[in-house]
Design a protein around this ligand. Structure first.
Ligand code: R5P
Length: 294
């Protein structure tokens, strides 16, 4: 197996290849003056299984096209199997028809990737596992929550309260709790499907005087974490941190979150940024090694 270093995740791809003991395939890429993408594999993939590491955050559409073009290039150059390793999978949140007239975006992406030559998908903390059923080939999601929780254990916050900002993310809080060894709980969140606005409500949480870490899959505008942090303050939490797998952090999200008194935002290199303090490389390398020997 070889690892194709997608332009969106070159550093992560290199780390994965090193940890898994796999050869790397560099990718030449550029953008044409009209905005179209160009990619070229710079090593031989004939008769090789390949894993293309390419996240699809930030300029999502361009990243998806680059991924499709790399898959096509791999197949045309004789790759025997193409696994797309997509830490942040764009469009996964539109995994059903919420309002009449909509499509199912993630199903369109799945079909597009299949047409391009992708045979399998590995992603990380997909928003809802239901989205995996839209893929016409094997698709799996890994969880980076234990790695994020371990970061806080190393910093001395064992027994911190793990909070999920909504009920759907309770599994995330429970995975964190298993590492932290403290309590876990969740808030309730409602989303207006027309405006996208969310409102959060709190039941009583046992957080008074405690260190609380809010865990989520994605931080996008930061609105969810800001709302959760305000509720935690009202309920007397002593210290608040937040962690997410995909730190998209649109606009001034980081500032808005820190302004509420959250002490630190921790993310992974799913979306490379200065808050990407935890690498997904060990998690993905292990999954690829299992695929290789399986
Ligand atoms: C949605 O339910 C996700 O789990 C996240 O909570 C959401 O995407 C975060 O978005 P934002 O940062 O814009 O509130």
């Amino acid at each position: 197996m070889k690892v194709i270093l997608g332009p969106a995740s070159t550093a992560l791809g290199e780390k994965i290849a090193e940890l898994a003991g796999l050869e790397k395939v560099p990718v030449a890429h550029r953008t044409f003056p009209d905005g179209e993408s160009y990619v070229r594999l710079e090593d031989n993939v004939q008769n090789e299984q390949v894993a293309i590491v390419q996240t699809t955050s930030t300029a999502q559409d361009t990243r998806l096209m680059q991924l499709a073009f790399m898959a096509d290039a791999a197949k045309r150059n004789g790759a025997s199997k193409v696994t797309a390793v997509v830490p942040y999978l764009a469009y996964a949140r539109q995994d059903k028809v919420f309002l009449q007239g909509e499509g199912i975006s993630i199903e369109t992406i799945a079909r597009m990737l299949q047409a391009a030559g992708v045979d399998a998908l590995v992603t990380v903390n997909i928003h809802a596992e239901n989205a995996l059923s839209k893929f016409p080939f094997p698709a799996e999601t890994l969880s980076a929550i234990p790695l994020l929780a371990e970061y806080f254990v190393q910093k001395g916050y064992k027994k911190a309260f793990a909070l999920a900002p909504d009920k759907g993310a309770m599994y995330i809080a429970e995975q964190a709790q298993a590492v932290l060894g403290g309590e876990a709980g969740h808030l309730d969140k409602q989303r207006d499907r027309h405006t996208g606005q969310t409102t959060q409500t709190a039941k009583h949480l046992n957080v008074k005087g405690k260190t609380v870490i809010i865990f989520d899959d994605i931080i996008s505008t930061g609105g969810t974490i800001v709302g959760a942090a305000k509720i935690l303050k009202e309920q007397g939490a002593a210290r608040i941190f937040t962690a997410c797998v995909h730190p998209i952090l649109v606009g001034d999200a980081e500032k808005r979150i820190l302004d509420t008194g959250v002490e630190e935002i921790v993310g992974t290199d799913s979306v490379p940024s200065h808050v990407s303090k935890v690498s997904l490389a060990p998690l993905i390398a292990k999954a690829l090694k299992a695929q290789k020997s399986g």
